[in-house]
Design a protein around this ligand. Structure first.
Ligand SMILES: [Mg+2]
Length: 231
């Protein structure tokens, strides 16, 4: 994680899944749904598809040292990213897994008083809209960039440049926040953007103090979905 000077930040670009909410059971459901798509495509069982996906990811990690996204795994196994996302929209029910957290809503609404806030996600527009509405985050956001805008998944240098141009910020003014360094943060950091790795609720809420140092700490009980993934 890089350090950054809050005074230079003029906008914040958040990843969505695993960053603005953390829910292992929904992440597992996304993975299972992708495996079901690959299974249908190749005429194999979902378990066999999951093994193939795991092997593809392992091979990629060994060869490149980076994490492979679900979109990339799907493409490598012969699938279409567009079809995968159509399958996601049809099958996934984020409302059955996610828990609205007032502290995250308050974090974004407080940050939104000082910075324009954006989402840049490898999720699709339909599910992203459902998730941010369900979590109560929609009012704090100035804009949302999803994979189906151009069908180019993160990490993608050209898309980060286009995003910066669209929101009118130079790299040093745009703070990127995400839960996967290789996917969400490496490219922005290489372009000169400040970055912040957030893998759990505590790290996410810490942003408020880092960006608005006078904000008082307040830590009520943690909802079950977050509790399950904290270490
Ligand atoms: Mg993520």
């Amino acid at each position: 994680m890089s350090t950054f000077a809050p005074t230079e930040i003029r906008g914040i670009i958040f990843d969505l899944d695993g960053t603005l909410y953390v829910c292992e059971s929904f992440a597992a459901e996304i993975h299972d749904t992708a495996a079901a798509y690959i299974a249908g495509l190749r005429g194999i069982s979902q378990e066999e598809a999951a093994l193939l996906m795991g092997a593809a990811r392992k091979k990629h990690a060994e060869e490149s040292g980076t994490i492979q996204t679900l979109s990339a795994v799907c493409g490598e196994l012969g699938g279409s990213v567009q079809e995968l996302h159509r399958h996601f929209v049809h099958k996934l029910r984020p409302e059955a897994y996610l828990v609205r957290d007032e502290r995250v809503i308050r974090l974004l609404e407080t940050l939104a008083e000082r910075f324009p806030l954006y989402i840049y996600t490898n999720n699709n527009r339909v599910l992203t809209t459902r998730i941010i509405n369900y979590l109560g985050l929609d009012r704090a956001l100035r804009g949302v960039f999803t994979i189906d805008d151009e069908w180019r998944a993160k990490p993608d240098e050209d898309m980060v440049k286009r995003l910066l141009e669209a929101i009118g910020l130079s790299p040093d003014e745009a703070l990127f926040v995400g839960d996967r360094y290789d996917v969400d943060l490496r490219v922005p950091e290489q372009l000169g953007c400040p970055v912040y790795l957030s893998r759990n609720l505590e790290q996410l809420l810490r942003l408020e103090k880092l960006l608005i140092p006078s904000f008082p700490a307040d830590r009520p009980a943690v909802p079950a979905c977050h509790q399950a993934v904290r270490s």
